[in-house]
Design a protein around this ligand. Sequence first.
Ligand code: ATP
Length: 202
Amino acid sequence: MSAQRIGVLGGTFDPIHYGHLFIAEAVRGLAKLDRVLFLPVGDPAHREVHASAHDRLEMVRRALAGNPAFAIDTTALEQRGPVYTADTLALMRQKLPDDALSFIAGVDSLTVSRWRRLDEVAAALERFYVVRREGARSEDVAAIVADLPEDLRKRFVVLDLPLVDISASVIRARAKAGASIRYLTPDDVARLIEDRGLYRGA
Ligand code: ATP
């Protein structure tokens, strides 16, 4: 197979929702990516997770069904200890030596906590696509990448997509309260959350 242009959307997916699916599909179209790999993180360095890695992976699997351009990459689930994206990308590079990788992330994921080794992350990528998010300031991205050398800084591209104000936190809170989560996430995901009673005690 010839070299592909691949988008990588990392996240806890706790749970996956239409915000994730929309940005993956929209960036794929704008950036003319061949496919998008969803990269669930098992033990993220900066935050706690609620559902097990097993349940989160199953939810991602269900959500991606039906889009042949979407697939799961389990590299970050297999990493031990706190997971840093620079290490994950180095491992992915071994599996995908010829493909051009681009990261996809919401503005909040760059602005809420400082990324360690952002220079290494950028160096491993063709582009880092940053998507606007309700409550996060896309102007702050420039300050975050300001210290990087120019050739790496230029890899960050802020895309102006329609805002989808859905978050995993809102879904967890609604599931806990017994409120409907239908239409925030694909039906098969909502069903799994209900059937397994996920987030009831979140
Ligand atoms: P939580 O509410 O638990 O913080 P989340 O909804 O932000 O979770 P994550 O799995 O942390 O979900 O997100 C993975 C990536 O997708 C991050 O880069 C995040 O910024 C981005 N993202 C998630 N939801 C949206 C959305 N509605 N619009 C744009 N980007 C999003």
